[in-house]
Design a protein around this ligand. Structure first.
Ligand code: ATR
Length: 269
């Protein structure tokens, strides 16, 4: 009876259990496998994770605020997790804890076209931004970074640079919104109803033929998404990124092809 879980704090509102259990059921694995939500405080995180293999867990997703801790305690890490310095997916196998980061691949999968050569703007400098910058630069995009606190943007830019990434892009303070083929909002702005146009360097009437990814999601389209869609931009919402990262995690644990439509429907509830 392999168990799976998402560890977070808080975690009650996570859509991952509904999404992953629906996927397991659709794959005919619902009798055997199960996926639950576990609320764990930061000070208990490491001990909780280390106890999981003996409790029958095959793996876990890790969400806010544990992604850095998850990476730090792993015995082995994927290249992406190592570069990003954070993990959202753990695998318990052969007495080891392996750490992966499917937030990066999830973002790329959520884009309907390759970002190669695209001039992209990432807003934010937290963990989600690090995953986005690494993923996009690895795929060959030119990635500028803006953050309210520019020193944090500088840090992300430097850490996500390197000869092997053939990095192009810069930290920007003022932006020409129409110059970007892709804009990714990884900031928390909009999560609690803030007006994104008051906090981010974007104009409501500044969108055009480009792609907007807004990681902020709730039950309806976000304010940013609505403005972008109204101007003819292609919008990718945070739920699609959630579905794609979940699908990549499920593939890592089960080696099965994830049923994306089932997962989308369950995530949207
Ligand atoms: P995560 O790891 O989830 O990506 P985080 O580290 O908490 O998140 O970062 C949240 C991001 O949202 C940061 O880029 C933060 O900007 P600062 O680095 O300046 O704090 C950004 N953010 C949060 N509230 C914001 C606001 N009102 N205006 C602009 N940016 C905001």
């Amino acid at each position: 009876m392999p168990r799976l879980a998402v560890l977070g704090h808080p975690v009650a509102h996570s859509r991952s259990p509904a999404m992953q259990n629906a996927a397991l059921a659709a794959l005919g694995m619902g009798e055997e496998w199960s996926y639950e939500a576990i609320d764990v405080a930061p000070e208990e995180f490491e001990a909780r994770v280390r106890a999981m293999p003996a409790e029958g867990f095959a793996g876990a997703n890790v969400t806010v605020p544990h992604k850095t801790a998850a990476f730090a305690l792993a015995d082995a890490t994927s290249e992406g997790a190592a570069r990003i310095g954070a993990a959202n997916t753990l695998v318990f196998a052969e007495g080891q804890i392996q750490a992966h980061n499917t937030d990066a691949g999830g973002l790329i999968a959520a884009l309907r076209s390759s970002p190669k050569g695209v001039h992209a703007l990432v807003l934010g400098a937290g963990g989600a931004a690090r995953a986005a910058v690494w993923a996009l630069r690895t795929e060959g995009a030119i990635v500028d970074i803006w953050n309210r606190t520019s020193a944090r943007a500088e840090a992300v830019h430097l850490e996500m640079s390197g000869i092997e990434l053939e990095v192009q892009g810069a930290v920007v303070a003022e932006i020409d919104q129409s110059a970007y083929g892709l804009i990714v909002n990884t900031t928390a702005v909009g999560l609690h109803g803030e007006d994104p146009f008051a906090h981010l360097p974007l104009r409501r009437d500044g969108f055009g033929e480009q792609i907007l990814v807004d990681m902020v999601y709730s039950d309806g389209p976000s304010t940013l998404s609505q403005a972008a869609a109204a101007a003819g931009a292609e919008v990718v919402d945070g739920l699609e990124v959630l579905v794609q990262q979940g699908a990549l995690s499920l593939r890592i644990w089960t080696d099965r092809e994830p049923p994306l439509d089932v997962m989308r429907a369950a995530a949207r509830g």
